[in-house]
Design a protein around this ligand. Structure first.
Ligand SMILES: Nc1ncnc2c1ncn2[C@@H]1O[C@H](COP(=O)(O)OP(=O)(O)O)[C@@H](O)[C@H]1O
Ligand SMILES: [Mg+2]
Length: 358
């Protein structure tokens, strides 16, 4: 049995259903992210795991034991919530070491743990500061250090890095993931930041409207989105509306404008009105007209450092293309270009509302 399981968990507030019959299993040592837009039910789900919100239905088990109605402090989880307050009258070191002191850990060992946790979150040297002398981001990091220092069996993080600036956040992603792996702490992270989820997770649960739309590795979530929502939420993509003409053993023939695209369907039933998806980085400017699948005119050309972002007006619609910044700059706005791609990089899903739903 998995380390943590949610079985048919739901949460209603009056007649509003925030979480609808959600099943989830998390393995020991795993790093799993709940990823989705604001309001999709991430925090509610995490709070039910922590025990601060009680489910309207379903069951939660931890290491084989039913904890559905167990009090939060009995669960032994480490929690870092968005608004999880520090003790204002205690220093940074006091806050981080407080739980260890309660556990009667010896002073020397405690000091070592506190120093290690503060180094992880890049706050060494601020041990004697008080919370009111810290920035919002620094306070968030103290809360993370406090949770890590306890070495909990299960660590729950709710947007713990939302107040950090981009560079520090990137460093923390890598470091937190490394220490999580080293200590083997099973971790569930709530985030709306897809890069954060992809960088850190073994698996990502993409949430949408109180349900899990897709549960997979970061690579599969990006490369093989299972629903139209997941396709557009994770990363950028071009969406082409089409109509299935024929379903062959390996690919579907899809009419988009006056072109027929051959799209791998990966065993899925696709019929009628569909969307064809292709990522901007999977399209390229054609070398000569022989390679071009469609012609168009560059309407926007933007340089963002590592890449050029182009918008090209074609008969398939406006296509967004990302081209690595290697070699010469791409043609300027107003120029005619040919666009090429590999059919294996196309994805197809039945359109939302057209046939079942996401
Ligand atoms: N205590 C509450 N009472 C009523 N509605 C709530 C309560 N808590 C959350 N909700 C609603 O449940 C939905 C999910 O909220 P939440 O889990 O906080 O989303 P997320 O963390 O993904 O942004 C939202 O529509 C929110 O307004
Ligand atoms: Mg939230």
């Amino acid at each position: 049995m998995s380390f943590l399981t949610l079985q048919g968990i739901s949460k209603r507030y009056g007649d509003f259903t925030a979480i609808e019959h959600l099943d989830l299993s998390v393995e020991r040592g795993e790093f799993l992210s709940l990823l989705g837009p604001s309001g999709c039910g991430k925090t509610t789900t995490l709070q039910m795991i922590a025990g601060f919100v009680s489910p309207s239905g379903g069951r939660v088990t931890l290491d084989g034991r039913d904890i559905t109605h167990e009090r939060p402090e009995k669960r032994g989880m480490g929690v870092v919530f968005q608004s999880y307050a520090l003790f204002p009258h205690m220093t940074v070191a006091g806050n981080v070491g407080f739980g260890l002191e309660m556990r009667k850990m010896k002073r020397a060992q405690r000091a070592e743990r506190v120093a290690e946790a503060l180094a992880l979150v890049r706050l060494s040297g601020l041990d004697t500061r008080y919370p009111k002398e810290l920035s919002g981001g620094q306070r968030q990091r103290v809360a993370i250090a406090r949770a890590i220092a306890m070495r909990p069996e299960l660590l729950l993080l709710d947007e713990p890095m939302s107040n950090l600036d981009a560079k520090l956040r990137e460093e923390m992603h890598i470091e937190l993931r490394a220490i999580q792996k080293r200590l083997g702490i099973t971790t569930i992270l709530v985030t709306h930041d897809q890069v954060e989820a992809m960088t850190m997770s073994d698996r990502i649960a993409v949430m949408h409207g109180g349900r899990i739309a897709q549960l997979s590795t970061p690579f599969d979530a990006y490369e093989r989105p299972a629903t139209p929502f997941a396709s557009t939420f994770l990363g950028r993509t071009n969406t082409l509306a089409g109509e299935v003409l024929r379903r062959n053993p390996r690919c579907a023939e899809v009419a988009v404008a006056s072109t027929t695209l051959h799209v791998p369907h990966e065993g899925r039933e696709v019929a009628g009105a569909v969307n064809v998806y292709i990522r901007p980085e999977k399209m390229r400017l054609a070398n000569g007209s022989g390679e071009a699948r469609v012609q168009g005119r560059v309407t926007t050309r933007v340089f963002v450092g590592n890449q050029w972002l182009l918008v090209v007006d074609t008969e398939l619609g406006k296509l967004h293309i990302a081209q690595s910044n290697i070699g010469a700059p791409p043609p300027e706005e107003g120029h005619e270009v040919g666009i090429a791609w590999t059919d294996d990089d196309l994805r197809v899903l039945t359109r939302e509302g057209a046939h079942g739903h996401a």
